[in-house]
Design a protein around this ligand. Structure first.
Ligand code: C2E
Ligand code: CA
Ligand code: CA
Ligand code: CA
Length: 277
């Protein structure tokens, strides 16, 4: 639009107003979407770096709003975290993922599936017993259930984090540290945590295309994780050069659009159940 001297201020205001209105709308409708089971769960396959087989997956929530269309989790998850709906949302995703694991189990093609857990959810006093009861009720082999937690969730309180993670692992759950390297946490804190897997964030992978030095950094991160007996998943791999670097760096799993985008439940189950030729 053409501008006169006053216009930028006016534009700025109206943009803010519409952003605020959208937020109010999204917040109000999210509650209904959770209650009415309108949220879906997609599954993004994770591929073994050497064999290229699908060996695991991450559950990712999807919301198709009847009027606004697809709303990205990048928009509504932060809102849900602020207003406490993340617990109800997390429970929906958890149960849907267990049902998918149950389906895979019946077909004889189970793989571990990761579920993202918000901070307030993880810190609920009954989180561990709620998870265990759900797994028992749905009759899913617990070793296929992996919980993904971010640095900031776990470092809210390291002591509490260590305690809850230990309880979860003693029940048989697997634990992944998500978005590794994006926070400002000290490595020594992270090393205290009982973990199974480390997920290296996409921003490190993106650096590969821009800065040679990031190759060294990534190789060292993988080496460090392996010394701690942690499996390494690399997120956001989009091209062949990144794939061959991850082979060279000896990462374990790749999760990225180069192989698969998040798939609807049925497509994901079909992918795993069809015989490999
Ligand atoms: P995240 O946990 O880091 O999940 C990975 C995100 O990276 C997903 O975005 C996935 O679609 C995207 N991704 C994977 N590979 C590639 C790639 O090669 N290129 C690009 N450009 N993107 C890739 P998504 O599904 O939009 O989710 C965004 C964030 O929203 C997640 O980041 C997570 O923090 C949150 N989230 C999603 N689902 C849930 C959920 O069920 N519960 C909670 N608490 N948070 C969730
Ligand atoms: Ca994640
Ligand atoms: Ca991540
Ligand atoms: Ca992320």
């Amino acid at each position: 639009a053409q501008t006169c001297s006053n216009a930028p201020v006016a534009l700025y205001d109206s943009e803010h107003t519409s952003q605020a209105l959208r937020r109010i709308r999204v917040e109000a409708d999210l509650k209904d979407a959770i209650d009415q089971q309108l949220l879906e769960v997609f599954f993004q396959p994770q591929v073994n770096v050497s064999t290229k087989e699908v060996v695991a997956a991450e559950a990712l929530v999807r919301w198709k709003h009847t009027e606004l269309g697809m709303i990205s989790p990048g928009e509504f998850i932060p809102i849900a975290e602020e207003n406490g709906m993340i617990v109800a949302l997390g429970e929906v995703v958890f149960i849907k993922t267990l049902k998918t694991l149950k389906t895979l189990d019946k077909l004889g093609c189970s793989v571990p599936i990761s579920i993202n857990i918000g901070s307030d959810h993880f810190l609920m006093h009954n989180f561990v017993s709620w998870c265990s009861e759900a797994v028992e009720r749905e009759q899913v082999p617990v070793q296929f259930v992996k919980l993904e937690l971010t640095e900031s969730t776990l470092l809210n309180s390291v002591e509490e984090g260590v305690k809850v993670l230990s309880q979860l692992r003693s029940k048989g759950f697997k634990i992944a540290l998500d978005d590794f390297g994006t926070g400002y946490s000290s490595l020594s804190y992270l090393l205290e945590l009982p973990l199974d897997q480390l997920k290296i964030d996409k921003q490190f992978v993106d650096m590969l295309d821009k800065d040679k030095r990031s190759e060294n950094l990534l190789s060292h991160l993988v080496g460090l994780a392996h010394e701690l007996d942690l499996q390494v998943v690399v997120e956001g791999v989009e091209n062949e050069a990144q794939v061959s670097f991850m082979e060279h760096a000896d990462a374990d799993l790749i999760q990225g659009f180069y192989y698969y985008k998040p798939l609807p439940q049925q497509e994901f189950v079909y992918l795993l159940s069809k015989p490999v030729n």
